[in-house]
Design a protein around this ligand. Structure first.
Ligand code: GRF
Length: 207
């Protein structure tokens, strides 16, 4: 069953664009209902507009604290009847308990390293500087901690031939663009794997 998705992004939006393309080509059975961004200058906004996807800007400076910012995000998700929240380069931790509770196991993130190695920003540079020969990508559920939460999918990428952190990023993002739509599609099929165990995903009941 077509899964109803919101994307949260702060920047370039290339994963967002890959998801849009996969939906349009029929490879990913999802409907992207809204882009939510904290950054009014995010190129992801242009990506959304070109695809006719509504944009909601929810900026930190408009709220007294992070909890009330996330409450606003929850209101938007509820309004659209979102079932799966897809973080794609969203640069803020989700802190609102109401949002985390209401969308538990329904918020996913993609990280450009094999977690728990190299969490946080510049994961590709961290891997390169460390001298890692293999890095990769991780798709995981989001909880209140940074780049934590149950792992849904990981893919290794051989970076041993890379001469710069930029090359590492390029190799990994190509795989991200293939993997993220594939995993979103698995939610539409009502199943996905967490840590190798099969899990069922059901439509979100109306609250
Ligand atoms: C990706 O590398 C993703 O893994 C990380 O942030 C980056 C977002 O890139 N979470 P883009 O905005 O999708 O191009």
């Amino acid at each position: 069953m077509t899964v109803k998705v919101a994307v949260l992004a702060s920047g370039r939006g290339s994963n967002f664009k890959a998801l849009i393309d996969a939906v349009e080509s029929g490879d990913c059975d999802a409907r992207i209902l809204v882009l939510i961004t904290n950054n009014p200058d995010a190129p992801a906004i242009t990506v959304a507009k070109q695809a006719g996807i509504p944009v909601e800007i929810v900026q930190r400076m408009d709220f007294p604290d992070r909890g009330s910012m996330d409450d606003r995000i929850k209101v938007i998700l509820d309004k659209h009847g979102v079932e799966l929240v897809v973080l794609a380069g969203y640069m803020l931790l989700i802190k609102g308990k109401k949002l985390l509770d209401a969308y538990k196991m329904r918020i996913i993130n993609i990280h450009p390293a094999l977690l728990p190695s190299f969490p946080g920003v510049d994961a590709q540079k961290q891997a390169f500087d460390y001298g890692a020969r293999i890095s990769g990508l991780t798709i995981h559920f989001v909880d209140e901690n940074l780049d934590a939460g149950p792992i849904i999918y990981q893919e290794a990428v051989d970076i041993s031939g890379c001469k710069s952190a930029g090359e590492v990023s390029k190799k990994i993002i190509e795989r991200e663009h293939a993997a993220y739509p594939m995993i979103v599609d698995s939610f539409s099929k009502g199943h996905y794997a967490v840590d190798g165990r099969h899990v069922r995903f059901a439509p979100k009941p109306r609250s």
